[in-house]
Design a protein around this ligand. Structure first.
Ligand SMILES: [Zn+2]
Length: 467
């Protein structure tokens, strides 16, 4: 039996326990990137929320089938390819590769499916045919539109009033103004300089919204459990997905809608014109640790606005450092005799708190607070009577589980630096044995200058990076 998890459902505005349609199998659709440039940290915040979501579901005992689409045909990708004078495929291949490289860097687990919109054009045309059969469409100048007046539930997700529909107003762009409810394009007639497909709908290409409805229903079924995205997607994108999917199938499309809030940078909306626009690559070039970026981006629960600051990024790096230092101390400390100073019950209490936080609409802040409390207890135990083997085994399992869900435990790969530090420590031990204290002190000083702190324990010398 999987553990219970509760979510604030955008559609009902209520907190609900997840009840998958198919036992312990959760079918999850996540709106993916439009592959026309490098993803920015606002996009990444949403992708990391979805990563913690999928990892938590798995950690709680659910089976997950996740689909994330790759929008490789829309106004922006066409503009980009034309500007460079290369094919759409060539242009989008580049940004798809960059997207995967970026999410790998941030330890995002791969979804089960990454469909490309251009591989699903027949399914999109078939979906439009079903909508036409049910009276939801009209054709104008070779383009097919969805008539939202035929779908009374339009606006239920976002709270937008469909009465605002301007008679006969429609939009055939993939991008349009918020709060502006209009009939939207399903299939766009071919235009000079744009890629096209010959289908039963005539020569043209799909509108952006249609892509997600066709791919999600093809891969997950007409009704599935969870659909996620950023709050920007609620209207019009998700509203339009619901109209298209339910208009065609006559069935509920999605049970639970989850939306990640906006990211701000130093208190301001991120914008190229303000010079506060960052891709992952920008931050890596400035020397920031991807793990600290991940930590910061998941540290605020997804339903809250996240203010990304460089102070916050330094604090996140210190949090990662603290985890690494504690693990290094543990590795260098043999099990204690006697009772030790950390009980199995302490670790169990941590596990309960971790799960309680995550089960509460993915409260990652609470999960991280629980982890740091545990680290404090572990360090206190190591300073005192140590940790006995049974508690240590339980602790190791708990830390492995934390990493499987939050993905923020530094992997202690022994690189050249470690070997170098170990050699200096060995030399210092030898110097002390030979009562050459000035050499021993010089070595300690050299390590201090390199940001390495030494601790002489009854079990030998342990080092950590000090920040
Ligand atoms: Zn979508």
């Amino acid at each position: 039996m999987p553990k219970e998890i509760r979510f604030l459902n955008t559609a009902t505005r209520a907190v609900e326990a997840l009840q998958p349609l198919d036992g312990d199998h959760v079918r999850l659709y996540t709106c993916g990137p439009t592959v026309y440039n490098f993803v920015h940290i606002g996009n990444l915040r949403t992708f990391l929320f979805e990563d913690v979501l999928r990892r938590t579901l798995k950690g709680f005992g659910y089976r997950v089938t996740q689909v994330m689409n790759l929008t490789d045909i829309d106004d922006k990708t066409i503009r980009g390819a034309n500007a460079e004078g290369i094919s759409l495929r060539e242009f989008t291949d580049r940004y798809i590769a960059a997207f995967f490289a970026d999410i790998d860097t941030l330890r995002v687990e791969r979804a089960e499916h990454y469909p490309r919109a251009t591989d699903y054009v027949p399914q999109m045309a078939a979906l439009v045919r079903r909508l036409t059969e049910r009276g939801h469409t009209y054709v104008l100048d070779g383009s097919t539109y969805f008539r939202i007046a035929t779908f009374p539930r339009y606006g239920a997700l976002s709270g937008i009033d469909p009465e605002q529909v301007l008679a006969g107003a429609r939009v055939d762009a993939d991008e349009y103004e918020k709060e502006d409810v209009r009939d939207f394009v399903l299939w766009k007639a071919a235009k000079e300089g744009e890629p096209y497909w010959d289908t039963e709908l005539g020569r043209g290409r799909p509108g952006w919204h249609l892509e997600c409805s066709a791919m999600s229903m093809e891969l997950l079924g007409e009704t599935f459990d969870i659909h996620t995205g950023g709050v920007d997607n609620i209207f019009p994108h998700h509203e339009n997905e619901i109209a298209q999917s339910e208009g065609a199938s006559g069935k509920p499309f999605v049970r639970v809608w989850l939306h990640a809030e906006h990211l701000f940078v130093e208190g301001q909306k991120m914008a190229k014109s303000l010079g506060n626009f960052f891709t992952l690559r920008d931050l890596l070039e400035r020397g920031h640790d991807p793990l600290a970026i991940r930590y910061l981006l998941i540290s605020v629960p997804y339903r809250q606005k996240l203010n990304f600051t460089f102070d916050g990024l330094h604090a996140a790096a210190a949090g990662i450092e603290r985890i690494g230092n504690t693990l290094r101390r543990l590795t260098h400390t043999p099990p204690a005799g006697g009772d030790g100073a950390l009980a199995v019950a302490d670790v169990e209490a941590f596990e309960r708190e971790l799960d309680a936080g995550l089960a509460d609409d993915l409260n990652t802040a609470r999960a991280l607070a629980a982890l740091h409390q545990l680290l404090t207890r572990v360090n206190q135990a190591l300073d005192g009577a140590g940790i006995v083997a049974a508690a240590r085994a339980r602790l190791d399992a708990a830390l492995t589980r934390v990493d499987s869900i939050l993905g923020i435990v530094p992997r202690h790969e022994r690189g050249a630096v470690d070997a170098d530090v170990d050699a200096l420590i060995a030399e210092r031990v030898a110097a002390r044995r030979a009562r050459d204290f000035s050499r021993a002190d010089a070595i300690r000083q050299e390590l201090t200058d390199r940001g390495i702190a030494l601790e002489d324990t009854p079990h030998g010398t342990v080092w950590r990076r000090s920040s």
